[in-house]
Design a protein around this ligand. Sequence first.
Ligand code: HEM
Ligand code: HEM
Length: 186
Amino acid sequence: MSNSGKFSASMRAIHWAMAVLIVSMLAFGIYVNGVPLDDPNKFNLYDWHRAFGVLAFMLVIMRLVVRFRSSVPDIPATIPWYERRAALGAQILLYSAMLAMPISGYIASSAVPDFPGIPSVHNIWFFGIDLPIAPIEKNYETTQFYMSIHKWVGYAMIAIIIAHAAGALKHRFLDKPENDVLGKML
Ligand code: HEM
Ligand code: HEM
């Protein structure tokens, strides 16, 4: 379904709530990565990062359901075709990254082997609820493999978000008024 008006109130609310959550998670992930292993707070911070990451996964699933059941404004035809393609491409990549980040983080955490002195991961803490880990063999190489996906998709996501936000600002402030897509998301 499509239209030329605004995004629905639920799409707008979830866009901005998730924008704050995802940007914070990217910064938080990089911060936690920099905390030394012998810092007693490190594993507590992991728990919070994982819990908010699982929350982000639930929100993106809800968001995709709402998105495909509601009417979404078309990107204005007054915007050149290559910019429309780029904008749509960035949105598809952002949805893909919003799915790939929690899934790769969850699998990487589930595969963490038991090391002496490091709390073992046999559940994923979700704000007081213990979620089962993914059914995968505990193996350090597997953790590293999924963690590198988590890391590089995370860094790529930062670049795409910058381009996405810059595009929205360009269409609002440098283009003609009918190209303003930000107004549809506010
Ligand atoms: C949208 C959701 C998420 C985002 C945006 C995100 C982002 C990040 C980023 C940017 C890093 C730093 C990577 C690096 O520099 O090496 C990171 C690390 C990490 N993330 Fe996530 N993450 C998300 C969800 C999750 C989930 C759901 C889990 C597990 C259930 C998880 C587990 C981890 C772990 C274990 C680390 C490693 C920290 C370290 O190396 O010390 N993440 N995350
Ligand atoms: C921080 C500044 C941000 C600005 C100014 C912004 C602005 C916008 C605007 C104006 C639209 C509508 C585009 C159109 O009609 O073509 C949009 C859509 C979208 N934004 Fe953002 N955004 C921001 C952050 C984010 C973040 C952090 C994410 C996720 C990681 C995100 C994901 C999306 C997605 C997936 C859509 C497509 C919505 C749909 O049609 O399903 N945005 N954004």
